[in-house]
Design a protein around this ligand. Structure first.
Ligand SMILES: Nc1ncnc2c1ncn2[C@@H]1O[C@H](COP(=O)(O)OP(=O)(O)OP(=O)(O)O)[C@@H](O)[C@H]1O
Ligand SMILES: [Mg+2]
Length: 595
């Protein structure tokens, strides 16, 4: 354990051993590495302020001493003028120092946000499914925000608190070593004494963060499911739970603040006792004639200065350690290794032909613990239109997920144009494939923004052409502002069928050789389905297509139908062949009464 509580707090990180905590502290400082020149400047200015302070207080003490001993105003006045100038200079430098510190903090926050976002993208769906949105938001938004106090206030103050006393004590020792020694003993006591609060402080901060994450996650989950909650008349129950979690958070905050004030109280008590003792002892020595009044005044004024950094550090302490605790969560996130990553020699040249093959592919979610596909082998030739059917949970969407390399199979390999998917850069691979799935995600923004997601440089004419082919142009034109209409989060202001047609137009714009359709029409009614099916048929032309469908009427014309059952291929062939075979496909068809 470290000896000084304030420094120890600096190493105080949520969930980590002492060794790991210190590594994280260095990593946190490492984040500021690119700004070392500004940091150095801020520290120099901070020390400059201290020196001005020393000079200013010495002159003040001397001037007051002179006045006591009856000196003329003309002697004292210039000294007071110099003191006034020093106060102005100090204020200006302090402002400058604070601005630099916050500037550094802002830079670090921007860089860190970028890193977190890029990393979350790399971690992909496998990671996101295991975490709650609120928890991730806590690390990426609030957590990063707390680092502002860490870098803007806490860290610079920590450096100043450690360096300033060296100057002041050296100077004090020259003036009077006995009083310097007394003040030094109380200074060290003020730094170390509240150490007994450390373990409970750490525990309470940890609880505080857990309470924030819990409230956030629950709140976001409730907002996202608001419609469902209302439909089930479950709103009140959910509200009560939110209020309970808010109370838990409030209690956690109060405990943290309580400990923080205990720190400040204990430090204050020791410092005041030190100053009082020094004054009493100094006064006795002045009456004995062993100490001049000037020196006593200077020592007492400087005594205050020694403690000031501790007081300031105490006020920044709470926020700073919140930042350090949050950093634990942020580094945890950044240290999570993505399941799927670019190979060092990954190719960024597209495949020679859009053919796909699964070669003895076995895959299970949760690192193989939940088997989904077993020894799967099939091939799709360039331009071929293959359908994948099977009961719910048979592994159809998993095939789509593997093709996009959201996960890698545990055994076997998948190839595109004869080369393993792992040999392509992820961006190259995904630039070759488009997906239309059952629940299309549209972002908050205009129709045009959402369409341009797949091709940012598309002209208005190109947008309209794609929308026409997707049977979407008419309804888009009828929206209040046409292509410039805001469609709300998740496209909430559109119907399911309209969202689907925008998704198709988006894919038409992307214009990739490979197309994956996963239940693209299953969430819309029959009339909509016909319109969407027509758009999909246009989309399929000239592309290698894999269609996943429950409604078998949509796959009758496929070049080949593959039937999956419990992750294995049980049948494969054209519609009429499979009907004649009288297997699972024929059963599925007769259950849907498709002729
Ligand atoms: N992200 C996931 N994590 C863990 N298991 C999963 C995940 N996604 C799917 N599974 C499991 O893998 C199996 C295959 O799921 P998959 O989504 O591929 O089925 P599907 O054929 O697409 O079903 P449906 O027709 O209902 O969409 C199921 O048992 C499912 O519970
Ligand atoms: Mg599915």
């Amino acid at each position: 354990m470290c000896g000084i509580n304030i420094i120890c707090g600096f190493y105080d990180m949520y969930k980590y051993s002492d060794a790991a905590r210190s590594t994280i502290s260095w990593r946190l400082i490492g984040l500021a590495r690119s700004a070392w020149a500004q940091i150095l400047l801020a520290v120099f200015i901070g020390l400059g302020v201290t020196l001005i302070n020393l000079a200013q207080l010495s002159i003040t003490g001397y001037a007051i001493g002179q006045m006591f001993s009856g000196a003329d105003v003309s002697v004292v006045l210039p000294m007071l003028l110099i003191v006034a100038l020093m106060i102005i200079l100090r204020a200006w430098l302090t402002y400058y120092k604070e601005m630099i510190a916050y500037y550094i903090a802002a830079g670090i926050k921007i860089a860190l946000r970028n890193r977190i976002y890029v990393h979350l993208l790399a971690l992909g769906p496998g990671f996101l499914e295991q975490r709650q949105t609120g928890e991730l938001l806590e690390a990426a938004v609030h957590g990063v925000e707390t680092l502002e106090i860490y870098f803007g206030k806490y860290l610079p103050q920590l450096v100043i608190t450690l360096l300033t006393p060296i100057f002041i004590f050296t100077y004090l020792t020259i003036l009077d070593w006995q009083l310097a020694l007394l003040l030094a003993i109380f200074f060290i006591a003020a730094l170390t004494a509240p150490q007994w609060l450390n373990s409970s402080a750490r525990r309470e901060r940890r609880r505080h963060w857990a309470a924030i994450a819990e409230l956030n996650s629950y709140f976001i989950d409730s907002l996202q499911g608001l419609v469902t909650l209302k439909a089930f008349n479950n709103g009140k129950q959910r509200g009560d739970e939110i209020s309970k979690r808010a109370t838990d958070l409030c209690n956690a905050i109060m405990r943290v603040i309580g400990i923080n004030f205990a720190y400040i109280g204990a430090t204050n008590l020791i410092m005041t006792s030190g100053a009082a003792l020094a004054l009493g002892w100094g006064a006795v020595r002045v009456t004995q004639g062993t100490l001049s009044i000037d020196v006593l005044l200077i020592v007492l004024l400087l005594g205050n200065e020694i403690y000031k950094p501790i007081l300031e550090l105490n006020t920044a302490y709470h926020g700073g350690l919140e930042g350090a605790t949050a950093a634990g969560g942020i580094f945890n996130l950044l240290d999570t290794v993505p399941d799927v990553a670019n190979a060092p020699d990954a190719a960024s040249t597209p495949p020679s032909a859009p053919s796909i093959s699964f070669e003895d592919v076995t895959f299970g979610y949760d690192k193989g613990k939940r088997p989904a596909l077993l020894n799967l082998s099939f091939e799709i030739k360039p331009g071929e239109n293959v359908a994948l059917v099977g009961r719910s949970g048979s592994g159809k969407t998993t095939v789509v997920n593997l093709l996009l390399r959201f996960w890698d199979p545990q055994h076997g390999r998948i190839t595109l144009g004869g080369r393993s998917l792992r040999d392509y850069a992820l961006e190259t691979l995904r630039s070759q494939i488009s997906v239309v799935s059952q629940d299309t995600y549209l972002f908050h923004g205009t129709v045009a923004d959402n369409l341009r997601m797949s091709r940012p440089d598309a002209t208005k004419e190109e947008l309209e052409k794609a929308a026409r082919l997707a049977n979407a142009h008419e309804f888009i034109k009828a929206l209040p502002k046409g292509y410039d209409t805001i469609i709300g989060e998740r496209g909430a202001r559109l119907s399911g069928g309209e969202r689907q047609r925008i998704a198709i137009a988006r894919v038409l714009l992307k214009d990739t050789p490979i197309l994956l359709l996963d239940e693209a029409t299953s969430s819309v009614d029959a009339e909509n389905e016909a319109i969407i099916q027509e758009a999909l048929d246009r989309l399929k032309q000239g592309r290698t297509t894999l269609v996943v469908a429950h409604r078998l009427s949509t796959v009758i014309n496929a070049d080949r139908i593959i039937v999956l059952d419990s992750g294995e291929i049980v049948e494969s062939g054209r519609h009429d062949e499979l009907i004649r075979a009288g297997g699972i496909y024929a059963q599925l068809v007769s259950a849907q009464r498709v002729s």
